[in-house]
Design a protein around this ligand. Structure first.
Ligand SMILES: C[S@@+](CC[C@H](N)C(=O)[O-])C[C@H]1O[C@@H](n2cnc3c(N)ncnc32)[C@H](O)[C@@H]1O
Length: 232
């Protein structure tokens, strides 16, 4: 709260910039849910002096062909990150403590923060835009998480996970041929044990099912976020 008092203008500006997001959130979460979100996600940034929450328009991030293919940057909530990891935990069991975590399209690194908080020894994210990658690096540095969380600047189609990367997170990052190539890369690496993919807004279920077995189709409550869980 002290930080809030120190930078009330920044707080008000960010609320104004995110008014449309807030409207959608009220619809999805109700006022009580929105208050919880404000406490756990929006105020997190003020408490720790980081930038994980605010959305970024796609025109500010992408150009050319990519612009038409991408949505604007909008981060996961900590509640959704926890939910995804709990789903993976239920399937992998306590062995999950030795597994590594990958966020595909990791943006400002918020999911990596959530994964490290949960206890993963290593969480890595692959992020296409240099701008968001730099914000992620800065966030992880400020939080002192560099030894356990890493943002990699690059294209997911060129990234190969390690055998220990067994919890893979997808929050609406990309579709079509980019997704297909990314999943092919994952499939070429034999995991050390059961590998779990948690996918929010699973509009490309058919592509995931080409390579992995779908074991759950669910909706989060609160938030009404649709997600699928795959293994393989
Ligand atoms: C909806 S955001 C999700 C951010 C983060 N995973 C989260 O849940 O908070 C999707 C991210 O995927 C990134 N992205 C899009 N295409 C990509 C690609 N081919 N390789 C890596 N990242 C990509 C975008 O730049 C954006 O940061």
């Amino acid at each position: 709260m002290n930080v809030l008092i120190a930078s009330p203008f920044r707080f008000v500006r960010q609320i104004r910039e995110n008014l449309d997001v807030i409207r959608i959130m009220i619809k999805k979460f109700g006022f009580f849910g929105l208050f919880e979100l404000l406490k756990s996600d929006v105020l997190y940034d003020y408490r720790y002096g980081v930038d994980t929450y605010s959305a970024v328009g796609r025109e500010e991030l992408f150009t050319g062909e990519r612009l038409a293919l991408q949505n604007r940057y909008c981060p996961s909530t900590f509640a959704l990150i926890d939910l995804a990891i709990r789903e993976a935990h239920a399937l992998i069991g306590d062995e999950i403590r030795n597994c590594h975590f990958v966020d595909y399209g990791s943006g400002k690194g918020k999911v990596l923060i959530g994964a490290v908080k949960y206890g993963f020894p290593l969480a890595r994210g692959i992020e296409y835009t240099e701008r968001l990658h730099r914000v992620a690096v800065c966030n992880l540095e400020k939080l002192g998480l560099n030894s356990r969380a890493e943002s990699i600047h690059g294209d997911a189609t060129e990234f190969f996970p390690s055998p220990r990367d067994r919890v893979l997170y997808f929050f609406n990052p990309f579709e079509g041929v980019v997704l297909d190539q990314t999943l092919q890369n994952i499939k070429t690496i034999e995991p050390e044990g059961k590998r779990v993919l948690v996918v929010y807004n699973p509009v490309c279920d058919d592509i995931f099912c080409r390579y992995f077995e779908r074991v759950a189709e669910k909706v989060s409550n609160p938030g009404q976020a649709h997600y699928n869980v795959y293994v393989g």
